[in-house]
Design a protein around this ligand. Structure first.
Ligand code: FES
Length: 105
């Protein structure tokens, strides 16, 4: 299934990149731009980012389930991961707002 129509990227390709990143460092906080960077792509319209964030969280949970990581630690880690994504989304929206204001002036 295509997740990003701008870059023609599938769900399986994204999950594979996320798993590779987690194999290198199981406790890193992965963000959408990092996934696309690993694929040699970049966000254009960024309309796929909410789905990409869901895939990062789901794949990270699956990864740690397979690794039999401590469940309590994983719950805290996923909470931090979601907080990080919220911070990125807020920064992205503020930047978009600033650009819109600049073009309106
Ligand atoms: S749909 Fe992914 S960048 Fe546009």
């Amino acid at each position: 299934m295509i997740v990003c129509s701008c870059n023609i990227v599938t769900e399986n390709e994204i999950r594979s990149v996320i798993t590779d990143l987690l194999n290198n460092d199981p406790w890193q906080l992965i963000v959408p731009a990092q996934v696309y960077h690993e694929m040699g792509k970049r966000g254009r319209c960024c309309g796929c980012f909410p789905r990409l964030v869901d895939l990062i969280v789901d794949t990270t949970q699956d990864f740690h389930r397979d690794m039999q990581s401590d469940e309590e630690v994983v719950i805290q880690f996923i909470s931090r991961l979601k907080d990080k994504h919220q911070q990125c989304e807020t920064a992205r929206m503020l930047a978009r707002h600033r650009i819109a204001k600049t073009h309106a002036a």
